[in-house]
Design a protein around this ligand. Sequence first.
Ligand code: F6P
Length: 323
Amino acid sequence: MGIGILCSGGDAAGMNPAIRYFVDKCISKGEEPYFIYSGFEGMIDGKIKRATHKDVSGILYKGGTIIKSSRSKRFLEKKYREQAYEQLKKHGIEKLVVLGGNGSFKGLKVFHDEFGVKFIGIPATIDNDIYATEYCLGVDTALNVIRMSLDYIRDTASSFRRAFVIEIMGRECGYLALVSALTSGAEVCVIPELGYNLNNLRIRLEKEIKEGRDYILAIVAEGTGATNEIAEWLKNDLHMDTRITILGHIQRGGNPTVYDRLMGYEFVEHGLEALLSGKVEEGVVVFRKGEFFIESIDYVASHQYKIKDELLKLAGKLTGVYV
Ligand code: F6P
């Protein structure tokens, strides 16, 4: 039976290890693995190819995804979903493994309800914003790329007596920014989940500056939209020579860390087992407290991911919300 794999939405390190394991496992189980290139766009256009061991040799260490990704607007329209289904039928593909985020999973659920194509979603996004799973593929690599960048920025900030505002990706979710601020020893952290209190921050930082602090790293999650405001505040209220760095898509690059390689394998192992057992029609593989489970799309997509309170508390002082 044909099983297709595709990536949808923002690419994430760990996708290639997942793709490699998918091909190896399908072949060892006597199934036929297919690559669907460029996400739902490629599915609509029939960019589909039978995958072999050769296709996946030497890809494990590479960032991004060798089968490419896309954000498909056409897949929102029924006529294009019909076209996509026809393409799958042509290749005898009855099941899908999809690496992506909530938006992609919701689209797939509609597709499943319309055409009966069974699928498993694997959370893969640097944003770590999917409900019911503590981990999404690519997060560890992104955090390490950010950590390295912040270490470099600290070098120049401390040499010049400057403040740096560093904007971190994550859409509406502050997870990447929060963990990066904590693990890089930043002085300020602004995330959507906590808000910020500039007055409290000013009192704390003025005291620290008096006692010898001569540079500041302020981490701002893109979802707050507060990058310029924080930079102006550092310049005008704290009288710091201030620069802004938007890390941008650098955060999506880099060779997958050991953790993302292993998680890529494990997510696919659990997803394929569920799909091949025939017991699961549709679902998402989630990871909680060291174990993997399958949850229904409706359950995952109808709830909002929340950063755990213990982690939020650790960053309280950096937001000025807790003093
Ligand atoms: O969802 C991953 C992500 O990198 C977000 O953090 C970011 O807001 C968005 O994708 C950027 O999207 P694009 O690559 O389409 O510019």
